[in-house]
Write a protein that binds this ligand. Sequence first.
Ligand SMILES: [Fe+2]
Length: 237
Amino acid sequence: MKNCEEMRRRFVELRNKFSPLYDRVTAIHKGLIENQIGNSGHGLDHDLMVAQYCLLIAENDDEAEMAWCAALLHSFDRFFSEEAEQLVHDTFRSVEDMFGSVETALILVAISEHNKPNDPKDSMVTIILKDADRLANCVATIITRSGQFNSTIPAVELGYTNGKGRHPDSTYGSPRSCRDDVLSCLEWEASEKFGIRLRKARELAKPKFDFLRQYFTQIEKSFQEVGLDRWPITVLQ
Ligand SMILES: [Fe+2]
């Protein structure tokens, strides 16, 4: 793994190289905060973390830089809904002349495909962005971000605090609790449809999955400790 100094150097290099894009994206995030609009857990910290993971897992510099730019724009769908696609195109235009038409297409497709299941037809730029996004969604901040993204559902649902199981009605797109939402991240460890594919990304993901397993164990133990690990409680034994 490249060290911190090398990653900081790469960040500064690309921030300067793509400064029109970087400046527009950071201004958009600043505006969301100043206007108290919220970003549903998809702030600048997330976009930049995804961008930097792209550099760590890509196997060549050209694809790394394309994915880095795509990562800066990949969260627009989370806070601009219907206008997102147009805003992505408008914002990307600030650096479009630094890429050829094929590269531009690869970047824009990666952005629009990033939250879809794995597809054998995915380009390497799309694979890098999908893997980097999943990696960034497995770090410890996912626990807070899940609550921001799912502010109307409970942290946990009584009766579903044990083991690795989740409520049968919970799905990835529509979890019944934040616990169930975070639990979905473990699918990225081995699932064919949503699993992390690149070798370097899988290496980086391993300790993050281990941390999340500890987190679920702690939830389970805490509810056992207070006698609320089964629900409803109907018979006293
Ligand atoms: Fe993301």
